[in-house]
Design a binder for this molecule. Structure first.
Ligand SMILES: Cc1cc2nc3c(=O)[nH]c(=O)nc-3n(C[C@H](O)[C@H](O)[C@H](O)COP(=O)(O)OP(=O)(O)OC[C@H]3O[C@@H](n4cnc5c(N)ncnc54)[C@H](O)[C@@H]3O)c2cc1C
Length: 407
């Protein structure tokens, strides 16, 4: 019987198992996860689960019964430490698992702050359920929380903490928050929105010291000379793909395990999916790494298809969402290299779409509280439609017309 071993039980790993069963694979499926929980939804870690609006049992994709019914074997609290390619075995501290196909779904880990006292008991990173459970013990109203990093995680945590009554400061090393992922217009909108909610945002902030006593940080010093009181510190400065295991068996890694559009690595029976990959995308005709649930889901279907000898390939339009306060941000496409930004709607009413154009055509968009219109644009981009920016900039333009052909 063919055996598929999946290393990692996150969105990509678990969904590869589900896709295999859905596609009719009747061999053995084993998931190895170094976490102690059944595969669960990661996005709520910085949203509802952080706010304690969601019980831990509600985080799981599926119940234990489901895995049993589907004959998907899950080994929790188990880490694969090495792989023996001569015998096709993956090895843990006290066991080994043989395989016909191996799928790397090892995800990413938070980038650590390389600084003295970064191991203090009130400094947190956000990646796993256990991170949030430890943080919950310290969250009480009126405490001062300092968030290092003004990316999605920092901003989502800021929104949750404001709702829970804490005093929030965001320290961003760059000139503006969200600098790596969006335009100055959208950064400004989020900067203003958070500020109105009471968040203090300090840009160009270089942290020089975490000042601690008895392993508890009490203040954070900046290069500017300012010192900020801190009861809790959360670091959200990006994530690094978990590629060490793949690299140890000679797989090529460059900001992710390199795969072709079929999620295959350079070793025929080894595939890779999700945050840990730098994968070839046929829609863009290039390889890149994404950190998003839709990417993990799309790649898991592709990996299943490849194992079964079918032809599905990775041509998914990159997209992502972020929830802060009452704002739903949805982004689609790759905006890097855009040469114009046109806003449809009104930033003052928090309902708008920022359209990014390059050489006259739409390449990406950021939508705030405009889900229905966002879906139309996303579908158009995903289907390879070439939408002229001049059309989008026309004041009579209606996104609905993209598919009705009335423009
Ligand atoms: C706080 C937070 C909020 C997010 N919000 C959003 C959002 O709003 N929208 C969105 O689209 N995306 C969001 N993301 C990103 C999204 O969660 C990831 O893109 C997604 O989880 C990737 O799935 P994955 O399976 O590739 O990796 P992961 O979900 O990280 O799973 C990898 C698993 O493999 C395990 N593992 C690693 N090495 C080994 C080993 N050697 N042996 C056994 N197990 C191993 C890891 O511990 C982990 O459990 C968020 C991420 C975080 C952290």
């Amino acid at each position: 019987m063919t055996k598929v071993l999946i290393v990692g039980g996150g969105h990509a790993g678990a969904n590869t198992a589900f896709a295999l069963r859905k596609d009719g694979f009747d061999g053995e499926i084993i998931i190895i996860s170094d976490e102690g929980y059944l595969p669960y939804h990661r996005p709520p870690l910085s949203k509802d689960f952080l706010k304690q609006n969601l019980a831990v049992e509600k985080m799981s994709f599926k119940s234990a019964d489901f895995y049993e019914e589907q004959k998907i074997s899950i080994n929790l609290d188990t880490q694969i430490n090495s792989i023996d390619l001569t015998s096709n075995h993956a090895i843990t501290e006290d066991a080994s698992f043989n395989f016909d196909y191996l799928v790397f779904a090892t995800g990413a880990a938070p980038r650590l702050l390389p600084m003295e006292n970064a191991d203090s008991k009130n400094l947190f990173y956000l990646r796993q359920i256990t991170d949030v459970l430890s943080m919950h013990q310290q969250i009480t109203p009126h405490k001062e929380i300092v968030l290092i990093g003004g990316g999605y995680i920092g901003l989502e945590v800021a929104s949750a903490m404001i709702e829970l009554g804490l005093k929030v400061t965001i320290l961003e090393a760059e000139e503006r928050i969200l600098q790596r992922v969006t335009s100055p217009e959208v950064s400004q909108f989020y900067n203003d929105y958070h500020s109105k909610k009471g968040v203090r945002i300090v840009c160009n902030a270089k942290v020089t010291n975490l000042n601690a006593e008895n392993q508890m940080i009490n203040s954070v010093s900046l290069e500017s000379g300012e010192s900020l009181a801190a009861d809790i510190v959360l670091v959200g400065i990006g994530a690094i793909p978990n590629t060490q295991l793949a690299a140890s068996i000679g797989l090529e890694c460059d900001n992710g395990i390199k795969t072709d559009q079929y999620c295959r690595t350079s070793i025929p029976n080894i595939l890779a999916v999700g945050d840990c990959t730098s994968s070839f995308n046929s829609l863009y005709n290039k390889e890149f790494r994404l950190e998003s649930v839709p990417n993990a889901l799309a790649q898991s279907k592709v990996a299943s298809s490849s194992i079964l000898g079918n032809e599905l390939f990775n041509n998914e339009m990159p997209w992502f969402w972020s929830d802060q306060y009452d704002l739903k941000l949805q982004m689609a496409g790759l905006s890097s290299g855009y040469d114009e930004c046109h806003i449809i709607g009104d930033t003052d009413s928090a309902e708008f779409i920022a359209c990014y154009g390059k050489e006259g055509y739409l390449i990406a968009l950021d939508s705030v509280n405009q889900s229905r219109q966002f879906m139309l644009f996303k579908k158009a981009l995903g289907n390879g439609f070439k939408l002229e920016m001049s059309l989008i900039k026309d004041k009579n333009f209606q996104p609905e017309s993209i598919f009705s052909g009335s423009n």
